[in-house]
Ligand binder design. Structure first.
Ligand code: SAM
Ligand code: GLN
Length: 261
């Protein structure tokens, strides 16, 4: 199994253990202690199938149905974006802003697994809303919020449409939207994620273009978003209506912006 996984993974031994643990329901420690015992044919078939899927570039998190964000364990399934470690800095920046400006109501647009919204709800006193166009994302985010005991209002819809009726009371709009150009070449495991979570037109700016049109006239709000560094100049041009400032992630790469409209 380790041999099968070595083509797709830098740590085939650990991944083999995680896959075995998912399929058998045994802890990693128990598997290591009982490695001489055979597992039954059905489980062994399932394990081999999962290892083969993984070796073809299918993300490990979709096999184990688990991912981690901001020190929390999230449930995840194929069809929903896997949260990235870099996005944790977006949460840090948002929490600092919430504290400094005494912000009370936040919406996470395109919440995916619920990662950003849940981390903010558990680490602030804000009232938190979260939206997504993807129905499966909303149902998995709801499941995660329940698991973490986070109180969040989930709404399905595109861009700001679901929060329009009460936009006046929102202080901070936060989002890690799709921003990859359709022309980009991506690794197999990223391509296994939902494409409407990743791609945003030829220049990767489609989401921001529509989103900026919708926020342009709602004065006094804060916006914090993730983006890709190559898009910085175009974003400055698109954002003629507010002050835009840029922030780097924990690895030193500029990845986030703040707008005060
Ligand atoms: N916020 C999550 C995170 O950081 O892990 C998910 C981010 S993922 C890159 C982008 C999410 O935005 C996906 O869940 C996708 O379904 C959603 N999305 C894409 N277009 C959208 C739109 N027009 N309105 C609302 N959500 C959208
Ligand atoms: N940073 C993600 C990646 O490299 C893309 C996230 C996004 O489009 N918001 O796969």
């Amino acid at each position: 199994m380790k041999n099968i996984l070595s083509s797709a993974s830098e740590s085939p031994g650990t991944e083999a253990l995680l896959i075995l643990s998912t399929i058998t329901g045994m802890t990693k420690e128990r598997i290591l202690l009982s490695f001489e015992n055979k597992i039954d044919d059905e489980l062994s078939k399932q394990t081999l199938e999962s290892a083969t899927l993984r070796s073809n570039g299918f993300p490990l998190q979709y096999i184990t149905k688990k991912c981690y964000f901001y020190g929390l364990e999230f449930y995840i399934e194929e069809g929903v974006f896997i949260p990235r470690i870099e996005t944790e800095t977006l949460v840090d920046l948002a929490l600092e802003l919430i504290d400094r400006e005494n912000l009370r109501t936040v919406v996470d647009i395109g919440t995916g697994s619920g990662a950003i919204a849940i981390a903010i709800a558990l680490n602030s006193d804000c009232e938190v809303y979260a939206t997504d166009i993807n129905e499966k994302a909303i149902s998995i985010a709801q499941k995660n919020a329940q698991k973490q005991g986070a109180r969040i209002n989930f709404l399905r819809g595109a861009f700001l449409e679901p929060v329009k009726p009460f936009i006046h009371k929102i202080d901070l709009i936060i989002s890690n939207p799709p921003y990859i150009p359709t022309t980009a070449t991506l690794p197999k495991d990223v391509l296994a994620e939902p494409h409407d979570a990743l791609f945003a037109g030829e220049d990767g700016l489609d989401f921001y273009k529509q989103f900026f049109k919708e926020i342009e006239f709602i004065k006094g709000k804060h916006v914090m978003m993730e983006f890709s560094l190559e898009q910085r100049d175009q974003l400055k041009e698109l954002c003629y209506f507010g002050n835009i400032s840029f922030f780097h992630d924990q690895f030193g790469k500029i990845r986030f912006f703040h707008i005060k409209i």
